[in-house]
Design a protein around this ligand. Structure first.
Ligand SMILES: Cc1cc2nc3c(=O)[nH]c(=O)nc-3n(C[C@H](O)[C@H](O)[C@H](O)COP(=O)(O)O)c2cc1C
Length: 209
């Protein structure tokens, strides 16, 4: 299976080659992998912000433990999870579902109400954790897409969430930063590329009941 080779090839890149940029075609493929990711109820309760401004990337770096990938990678994305999922969010998604699949919305109202009720059961931090988990699924899709495209990537949660959210004005949009993703091409001097994969043995990871 080629995917296994690709997953062995990828690693969390520490030092990027600043001369090599990801093409716009590849960028669109990575974004499409994010868009197509599975999420609970299909709600996609997050946004992904591409940080094009060099100035903003410079400001982000000290908020991300000074990590070099923030300024040196070809592209940087911020995954931002919703702080709340409103009735309207659910209805909008279900109306879209109806439209795309040619289903009258009246047939989806029961399920819409069910999801809205489920969302109300998640309060405060619970909701924030839940939406952050959903955004991590998208992060994982992007990592896999990058591996297939032979694009290096670093998923990052080594940053100060609140400060990054303030810098990017996320709270005004009802969002908080959950993860960063730096992508580009590895620098030949990045020693991490020579490390072997460190993973639990299958017997410590899987069990059968
Ligand atoms: C959600 C998440 C957050 C991470 N945060 C950072 C980070 O802030 N900086 C970094 O250099 N690596 C970060 N990593 C990379 C992990 O340390 C790395 O994926 C793990 O050690 C496994 O190694 P590999 O990805 O090179 O196979 C993160 C990985 C994940 C999945």
């Amino acid at each position: 299976m080629e995917l296994i080779n690709q997953l062995n090839w990828r690693y969390a890149t520490k030092k990027f080659n600043q001369e090599k940029k990801v093409s716009s075609e590849d960028l669109e493929k990575i974004k499409e992998s994010i868009r197509l990711t599975a999420t609970s109820y299909g709600l996609q309760p997050f946004k992904v912000i591409q940080i094009e401004s060099k100035e903003v990337r410079k400001k982000l770096q000290p908020l991300a433990w000074g990590q070099s990938q923030i300024t040196e990678a070809s592209h940087l994305f911020v995954f931002a999870n919703q702080l709340q999922v409103s009735d309207e969010d659910v209805e909008t998604m279900m109306r879209l579902k109806g439209e795309i699949n040619n289903i009258d919305y009246s047939n989806l109202e029961g399920y819409t109400t069910f999801i809205q009720e489920k969302m109300k059961e998640k309060q405060g931090e619970d909701m924030i954790h839940w939406t952050a988990k959903q955004s991590y699924l998208a992060l994982s899709s992007a990592l896999i897409a990058c591996a297939e495209l032979k694009i290096d990537a670093t998923p990052m949660e080594g940053f100060e969430t609140d400060k990054v959210s303030v810098l990017l004005g996320l709270e005004k949009e009802g969002l908080g930063a959950s993860a960063l993703l730096a992508i580009g091409y590895r620098h030949e001097e990045d020693q991490s590329q020579h490390g072997k994969k460190v993973r639990k043995a299958p017997s410590n990871l899987f069990s059968v009941v």
